[in-house]
Design a protein around this ligand. Sequence first.
Ligand SMILES: C[S@@+](CC[C@H](N)C(=O)[O-])C[C@H]1O[C@@H](n2cnc3c(N)ncnc32)[C@H](O)[C@@H]1O
Length: 256
Amino acid sequence: MSQMTIQDGSDVLILLGDKQFVIKIVEGQKFHTHKGYIDCSQLIGKPFGSYFKTSTGHSFVALRPSLRDYVSKFARRTQIIYPKDACSMLLWGDIKPGQRVLEAGTGSGALTAYIAQIVGKDGKVYGYDVNEDSIKITKKNLERLNLLSNVELKVGDVTQGVDLDNIDTVVLDLPTPWLAVKPLKKCLTTDAHFVSFSPTINQVEKTVLALKEANYVRIEAFETILREFDVKPDATRPKTLGITHTGYVVSARNCV
Ligand SMILES: C[S@@+](CC[C@H](N)C(=O)[O-])C[C@H]1O[C@@H](n2cnc3c(N)ncnc32)[C@H](O)[C@@H]1O
């Protein structure tokens, strides 16, 4: 059952003015903000979703953090996947409970966390990265969220192939995905899903060509554009600043 009241040790998402923080509530501790401090003790025993006041009288709300909130605060050694791109990769890769997913490179573990949450306790994520520090940081980030039980992390170059079988979906976010297409084919189920994320269109071309040569079908390449809006009565308009470019997704299905 979901925990509905804030406890000593709970993680909470604080919404204060236009700022947000994910903090751990510790009895007797103070959390300093730009609008006064938050006395953690006043939150304990209150329902998530309640309003409180800082020491200088500013109102804030305390909510349960979502996975997206946690991931946005991850320690990083690489650029992490943006939620808008993760969404399409998860859907195009048909990632669902119980699946066996091969992911590379894990980077800072943002995409690994999203996949691990969806495949659940009956599924498995095999995460590879050539860089040992990436594996360490992914492990640390996932450990904090209790998402490591269905994740196996390995230092390895996936363009050299991997010792796995019956993989339902392969998910790539690395500089040369086209070099991994052929070597990974033998570890996949016969009609497995392939999804790859690349920041440049040159990488997309090379990946699509490699997929065609390796007999993949239903090859698609696309970009997800997210435009946020400021919504105000009679003055609704797109936000002036926003993310312009992140990258492209290539998806395909294996066939024999
Ligand atoms: C942009 S980061 C991935 C970020 C990750 N998706 C996230 O959301 O945190 C790319 C990673 O690919 C790794 N990498 C590069 N070539 C690789 C290869 N051949 N095999 C495995 N990992 C590789 C890099 O070390 C780097 O950590």
